[in-house]
Design a protein around this ligand. Structure first.
Ligand SMILES: [Fe+2]
Ligand SMILES: [Fe+2]
Length: 241
């Protein structure tokens, strides 16, 4: 006799399953990247506080991946995430390691984790399915610490590190590229027109593409412009560059 498969308590669409499986992959990748960054921080002699924070963040990201996978299962998902092994590491340029550390800090933390905070706030707002809400509660709580780690690390690199002049030049040159990338991810052309989402999908912690686009623009004004300004950079000019 085969066990009768239980239907999910809250009916979930293919979009819900697709999105939660994508989140499992993204969280798992974040865990690997942060673990690798922790090693780089050790190699460049960063402060023990920063190294320990990176380790703690890597551990958070493993928990996020695990919780997201449970949510995907509760939504009726039965596949395994597809994560090519070679994407689970950072890659070096021929520059000194400090410059590559800086690139990851800016791109992944000062930009990626900084926008993650308002994104997850929005995703959680209309989320009522408890298994999904539990994940979003935990992720949102942790992302604030992850964002702060990025800005602390960047301040150290730009204001205290002996290579600060070289490091500043990298931020000035590459900030436009990092911004283009985040726009391509969350606010590609035409996204403002797609503002419909079913209430059921929203209950599972999804939101309409147009809302992602709006959060990107708001984050520029609320976070990136003032935070980069404090460090001597014009984020608004970089945004348009
Ligand atoms: Fe995460
Ligand atoms: Fe994170």
């Amino acid at each position: 006799m085969t066990a009768k498969k239980r239907a999910p308590k809250h009916e979930a669409s293919d979009s819900v399953r697709g999105e939660w499986l994508r989140r499992v992959e993204a969280e798992y990748r974040s865990a690997a990247i942060t673990q690798h960054l922790g090693l780089w921080l050790l190699q460049i002699g960063a402060s023990p506080d920063l190294v320990k924070l990176a380790m703690r963040i890597a551990s958070d990201e493993v928990a996020h991946a695990d919780l997201s996978f449970r949510c995907y299962g509760a939504a009726g998902g039965e596949s395994l995430p597809h994560i090519p092994r070679e994407t689970l590491e950072l890659s070096r340029t021929s520059d000194p390691l400090e410059l590559d550390v800086l690139r990851v800090v800016v791109d992944v933390f000062c930009i990626g984790e900084t926008i993650a905070v308002p994104l997850f706030k929005n995703l959680r707002e209309h989320c009522t399915v408890s298994v999904a809400k539990r994940v979003l509660d935990r992720v949102l709580r942790d992302e604030v610490r992850h964002r702060d780690f990025g800005w602390t690390a960047l301040t150290w690199l730009l204001e205290e590190h002996p290579l600060q002049e070289q490091l500043r030049a990298v931020v000035a040159a590459e900030l436009p590229l990092f911004f283009r990338r985040i726009r391509g991810t969350y606010a590609p052309p035409g996204v403002a027109d797609i503002d419909a989402i079913s209430p059921k999908d929203r209950a599972w912690g999804l939101m309409a593409p147009a809302r992602y686009g709006a959060v990107v623009t708001r984050t520029l004004e609320r976070d990136w412009v003032p935070r980069f300004k404090k460090l001597g950079f014009d984020a608004r000019a970089a945004w348009g560059g």
